[in-house]
Design a protein around this ligand. Structure first.
Ligand SMILES: *[C@@H]1O[C@H](CO)[C@@H](O)[C@H](O)[C@H]1NC(C)=O
Length: 213
């Protein structure tokens, strides 16, 4: 889960290229200990006391359909709008009844942040997809789900910001070389932050995975 994010520029570009190419060939590759030791921590971004960071503002109850969920969505959207304007933002909203809402429909909102080559045709890019859910469990009251999954959401935001300039560099170099324009070459990244993963009462096929089904 921990991103390889602030290595020297050349390294990460090569890494990103390899990572994106590797997706076609094999899903998993062992990483060496020496490689893993180079992974830096995210510093102030993930400091739980840093209100201006990526994590602290979402260490709140985030039950689907509540104010906490809205605040969390706002935190994500504001971050991408302000800091990563080249990423597109898509909402996938739905509603469902839940065992605690009775006949009332609860709203769920998935967010998709996407960074594709600027020349891409709709639906043509192949995307490295990173996903976490942001809703927290309905019980116990006040539950903030720090590791499930506020921290992974904040890590993915940190990843997005850390790789953005390298994705830009990769796309610029491809444009210079006249590459791109095919599905295989048009590589990008998307981050899915999903709502409604948790069960409201007890995990069953019906009571779970509302937004993130
Ligand atoms: C989806 O729902 C959120 C509230 O959770 C709202 O801010 C957003 O505008 C909605 N988007 C669409 C496309 O309906």
């Amino acid at each position: 889960m921990k991103p390889n994010v602030s290595l020297a520029g050349g390294h990460i570009l090569v890494y990103l290229h390899l990572l994106l190419l590797a997706v076609h060939i094999t899903a998993y590759k062992p990483l060496s200990d020496s490689f893993l030791k180079l992974i830096p921590d995210a510093g102030a971004d993930l400091d739980i006391n840093n209100d201006k960071g990526l994590l602290a503002p979402i260490l709140i109850p985030r039950v689907s359909g509540t104010q906490g969920a809205l605040k969390t969505q706002e935190h994500f959207v504001n971050f991408f709008k302000k800091e990563l304007p080249k990423w597109t933002i898509e909402w996938h909203n739905s509603t469902s009844k839940t065992p605690v809402s009775g006949n009332k429909e609860v709203p769920f909102a998935n967010l998709i942040f996407k960074r594709e080559p600027p020349w891409v045709k709709p639906g043509q890019s192949n995307l490295l997809t990173l996903v976490a859910h942001y809703d927290s469990k309905y019980t116990p009251e006040g539950f903030i789900g720090a590791t499930d999954s506020a921290a992974p959401c904040a890590m993915l935001m940190h990843v997005a910001r850390s790789i953005d300039k390298y994705v830009t560099q990769m796309h610029d170099e491809m444009a210079d070389l006249g590459e791109g324009g095919t599905v295989a070459m048009d590589m990008g990244v998307q981050i899915l932050l999903l709502d409604g993963e948790e069960a409201f009462v007890r995990w069953t096929d019906e009571d779970s995975l509302y937004g993130s089904r």
